[in-house]
Design a protein around this ligand. Structure first.
Ligand code: SF4
Length: 305
């Protein structure tokens, strides 16, 4: 069990959020080319261990996030009776919003009913990654279509739930420039189906195709300049937490300016004030601009550091 405090937006206010990672049987799909969350799965998890973990990790907060490194609405991971107990508990505690994640195939009529009956506001994040079916299917190997995402998002919103789309900046095999274009297009394509977008900047997980490419210098995580470029163009609420920002396995620029960029992106995420993104500067902008053109021609990272 892992849990920590962070800040979260709640109807334009910045509030305290308790984030809890529950150890469950893990994601049923397990085939995405950048993900090794399955390594955190616990085959011995059951309703009792999950509820115990939740009670141990919970502390009073305005917003509670419960992540399972899989799908909260997959009964195999979190039994519906456990989910019901969690809703009841959080409602009694006066929690204002519960944030969970799910693949779209688990958003069924039954789950819609469950959300409608829960007396707590729920936000569901779906890892659609891109609106481009070819990139999602052939490169990421996500296993569902944009149409399936739209179906799930629409059902959730009709049930009164907020929906968050996770978009991935720089799937493998895309150049830096292609990745930016894909993310900007995806923001436009998902914006009418969701309430908020979370732009996820690729980090190199262990035992993945991305790690193999990265270790041979055939892949470089996105520049933070690229993240700033995408965030500036978004017209709806968009958040971004640059996990491993400034590390070679995570999104980075020249390393010198990375702390400043990470801070600016985090401040923007909390406030949605684009002036944070306008203010960042560093001489490495020129290298980034060269790599935008260079990677598309060479099909290889131009500056690997
Ligand atoms: S990215 Fe999500 S859907 Fe894909 S394998 Fe990882 S946990 Fe499962």
């Amino acid at each position: 069990m892992k849990a920590w405090w962070e800040k979260e937006r709640l109807e334009d206010e910045i509030v305290d959020c308790r984030t809890i990672i529950l150890s469950t049987a893990g994601c049923k799909w397990r085939r995405c080319k950048m993900c090794s969350y399955y390594l955190e799965a616990n085959p011995k998890a059951n309703s009792e261990t999950i509820l115990n973990e939740f009670r141990e990790a919970y502390e009073k907060a305005d917003v509670v996030k419960i992540f399972t490194s899989g799908s909260f609405f997959d009964d195999r991971e979190v039994d519906k009776e456990v989910r019901r107990k969690i809703y009841e508990f959080l409602e009694k505690e006066g929690v204002k919003k519960l944030v969970v994640e799910s693949r779209p195939e688990f958003i069924t009529e039954e789950v819609v009913k469950e959300i409608q009956e829960a007396k707590i506001a729920i936000e569901v994040g779906i890892g659609v990654e891109t609106s481009n079916d070819w990139i999602r299917e052939k490169i990421i190997n996500k296993g569902f279509t944009f149409q399936e995402f739209k179906r799930a998002a629409s059902m959730l919103r009709e049930a009164g739930s907020r929906v968050k789309a996770y978009l991935l900046l720089k799937p493998p095999l895309l150049s830096e420039e292609e990745a930016i274009k894909d993310a900007i297009q995806s923001v436009k394509d998902v914006e009418s189906y969701v309430d908020v977008i979370s732009l996820n900047l690729m980090t190199v997980h262990k035992n993945t195709l991305v790690e193999k490419l990265w270790s041979k210098k055939l892949y470089r995580p996105p520049w933070l300049w690229s993240a700033v470029e995408v965030l500036k163009k978004s017209k709806i609420e968009t958040i971004c937490d640059p996990v491993a920002g400034g590390k070679s396995r995570g999104p980075h620029n020249c390393y010198d300016c990375d702390p400043e960029f990470v801070e600016a992106i985090k401040s923007f995420s909390l406030t949605q004030d684009k002036s944070y993104l306008e203010e960042v500067e560093c001489d490495c902008e020129e290298l980034w601009e060269v790599s935008l053109k260079g990677e598309s021609l060479a099909r290889l990272p131009v500056f690997v550091f």
